[in-house]
Design a protein around this ligand. Sequence first.
Ligand SMILES: [Mn+2]
Length: 387
Amino acid sequence: MNDRLTPVPEDKFAFGLWTIGHPGRDPFGDSTRPPITTADFVRGLADIGAWGVSFHDDDLMTFGAPESERRAELDAFKKVLDETGVVCSMATTNLFWHPLFKDGAFTSNDREVRRYAIQKTLRNIDVAAELGAPTYVLWGGREGVESAASKNPADALDRYKEAMDFLCGYVKEKKYNIRFAMEPKPNEPRGDTFLPTIGHTMAFINTLEYPDMVGLNPEVAHETMAGLSFFQGVAQALWQEKLYHIDLNDQKIGRFDQDLRFGSEGIKDDFMLVRLLENSTYDGPKHFDARPYRNEWGNGVWDFARGCMRTYLALAAKAREFDQDPRVKDALAAASTPELAVSTVGAYSAAAVDQLMQEQFDVAALAARGYANETLDQLVIDRILGI
Ligand SMILES: [Mn+2]
């Protein structure tokens, strides 16, 4: 494998302010390491060859602080971006941390909370526009229930749509060059979350007033928690031209949200995902929403960040080798993989029906054929293992 494993900005790798610097707090234990300052974080990203940085409003500007203090924090961020050449690739709102969001944000039963959530988001959209972030992510962490009796789901979805339509109207009015990317998650922190999967969210987007302004930010861990194939979900999002952003990390199936280093768990799924992205038209950030192991310390957190990018580049190189391997081409032919790209019956017409109905099928022969998927899949495994 001759391809480089050291990232460069052209690879468009990005990290959130809350990721590498995550202090290791979890529901059962306090921080295990000191936080990294915003300036050190951005300089660290530049040092390791990352391209972009993303933020929640509250990561960057102190919640509830006077406007002058928030402006100073924002200006300091802009200065370090200028110094380092790191790009602000995405912005999002923290609508989950403060206790006031305990019943939801856009879908809280309390109308005041809902109005405050939209106001908080509009404020940070202005910041995103000032920083030139082209994508605004919405993860509805608190949009859900523990008690199903507590919310009429149709009302909650009406309010969710109302909020999204309002945000789109604002961006249109302001002529900001921003698109929204919604991030599904099945549960955690709520017992059940509205818009739990890629599929639910794509269907919801179709109901919006400006569906072209809203796409997806799917996350490896979130679909995997739900027991779904992230690869298949992302593939459909690409097919529907809804992949506006992506959150890469890793996750064991059936667990709490682990946000592990990309490529550290589902290596075969990750190989297929990287091959899919590399062979697609997606040219947005490869954004890591992950965090170092809680027992990591000091420079170890940067080893975590380098690992995310190194594994992505390695899998991209493996994917290229796989696609160029003549044995793979033979195995794909044996599996009739290219034949799936051939139209089945074409557009409906009476003539096409006549032709179809006259056709004789050798049912026994069709049942007796094999698809040689064992050979093909072993080539995937051999390529990953480097044998
Ligand atoms: Mn995420």
